[in-house]
Design a protein around this ligand. Structure first.
Ligand code: APR
Length: 235
């Protein structure tokens, strides 16, 4: 029997119950840091050390974090379905919970690359991306090609190279589940609109969400509770 295809689109809210902050909730990261200073390409060229320190802090927090029940329930769906996780998160909690098909639209905190690679010129090649784990990266840490290492993150102002692949996955899905994103940052926020007319679309978020599509069923719960409901719905 052909397995149904599930696309799970996640944001910072899926990792909130693991103790990692979200960006735009009260007390979120962007209350304390200006994203244009610490997470934009202009910010990188203006002050590389500030950006490196910001992601060193993210990595240190990630080292202490553990996947939560929502990550585990998402990974568990792979027993019955073809599951693709398309996340805006730069943490590695989906992988650590056992998900085997994860696309990081906005990059990965545990990876770095020479700052002159993975550009439009080289076709966004990830050939020189290396895994730095939870280690800190400093100004002066150079790649073999002599370039400064930078976070393998999609900064504000940069292209989102994996968007095309993500659209293909959502367009082929039987069910789309959106978990824990404020749907404020495009193009990721518009991804669910590529779902087929007959696909079921669910959004899990304890807050009100900016979607007005009658097809979408809002499960107004935290990720761990909402994912239990999704598992029941998909039985
Ligand atoms: N369970 C589910 N959802 C939650 C929970 C929870 N426990 N706690 C908060 N949320 C919801 C919030 O209500 C909000 O809608 O998660 C969402 C978090 O929204 P943001 O903080 O804006 O995070 P996200 O949508 O992932 O941000 C998108 O913005 O700054 C960029 O690149 C960054 O990937 C990030 C992108």
């Amino acid at each position: 029997m052909i397995k149904k295809r599930i696309a799970i689109l996640t944001g910072a809210g899926v990792s909130a119950e693991s103790g990692l902050g979200t960006y735009r909730d009260n007390g979120g990261l962007w209350d304390s840091y200006d994203p244009m200073e610490v997470a934009s390409i202009e910010g990188w060229y203006r002050n590389r050390k500030l950006v490196l320190d910001f992601y060193n802090m993210q990595r240190a927090k990630l080292a202490e974090a553990r996947p939560n029940e929502a990550h585990r329930l998402i990974a568990g769906l792979e027993e019955r379905f073809v599951v693709d996780v398309i996340t805006q998160n730069v943490d590695n909690l989906h992988e650590r919970a056992g998900s085997t098909h994860v696309i990081h639209l906005h990059g990965e905190a545990t990876k770095i690359r020479p700052e002159n690679t993975c550009t439009e010129e080289d076709g966004f090649s990830e050939k020189y991306v290396v895994d730095c784990g939870y280690d800190s990266v400093s100004l002066g840490d150079k790649a073999p090609n002599g370039a400064q290492y930078r976070p393998h993150i999609v900064f504000f102002g940069e292209a989102v190279p994996k968007m095309e692949r993500a659209i293909d996955i959502v367009s082929a899905a039987d069910t789309v589940v959106i978990v824990g994103t404020s749907l404020q940052v495009y193009p990721a926020a518009g991804l669910y609109r590529y779902a087929r007319p007959e696909a079921g679309i669910y959004i899990i978020d304890p807050a009100d969400v900016p979607v007005f599509d009658s097809r979408i069923r809002h499960i107004k719960k935290v990720a761990t509770e909402g994912m239990k409901e999704i598992v029941d719905i998909l039985k």
